[in-house]
Write a protein that binds this ligand. Sequence first.
Ligand code: CTP
Ligand code: MG
Length: 254
Amino acid sequence: METQGKNKLAVIVVAAGSGERLGFGMAKAKVPVGSEPMLLHTLRTVVSARIAGQICVALPAGDADLRALCESLDTDRYPKITTVDGGATRAESVRAALAALDAEVTAVLIQDAARPLTPVEVYHRVAQTLAAGALAVIPALPVTDTVKVVERSASTGIAAECVRSTPDRAALRSVQTPQGFDLITLRRAHDAAAGLNAEQLEAVTDDAMLVEAAGVDVYVVKGSASSLKITGPWDLLLAEALLAGPLAPRWVEG
Ligand code: CTP
Ligand code: MG
């Protein structure tokens, strides 16, 4: 798919996290999935989606290895790849990348490096929905677990938490990336969040929530089970099984 005005769409890849929960003692973007670093999988799919006029990657500050990995892809065959130093939180990493976009960019997709197996079809669905006029769009899947809202229990001697309520599962979605935005809308939403303190910034786990706070409609398209986020070792096991295991040849879901 070639989106109209391709050079006006940038893809930001946030890869500046430390990967505490994965526990490899290295930046998560460097952790091998199969035989290659997680970030390389993610970047390769961004490139093969052929939607980006610019790719901007937020890296752990001063990480020469990951910068070299990005530069190794930066040839005439690929869109321009820019790297920036990320920040202490995901939201700050996004903000650093937003400041480095080319002047002609009018729309942006933001992808977690930690979702190395997001299929190109998901990038296309998000880009097409932006092209159709959405100011914000996210990929999502129905929630399969029953989800509870909990609160601290009054009788901590029995158990620490109690159930407060059970939201209607039919209305719940599990949200993924890439999330797509009109650039002015997203910049405004991030500017409005500039006054948040460190704890509040830590709680900004995706970009759509900042745009929602500004009252903008956020459209939802179908995500993909293979777009899982690698958070802990179990996720890595699953991703490697999808890549190389007996399921791979049968794994046709987009
Ligand atoms: N991210 C980032 N800058 C940060 C924190 C996170 O760019 N300061 C990115 C991560 O690199 C990842 C995505 O945001 O691609 C989602 O974050 P998460 O899964 O929490 O990754 P980490 O922060 O690396 O993991 P952990 O929270 O376990 O340390
Ligand atoms: Mg994190």
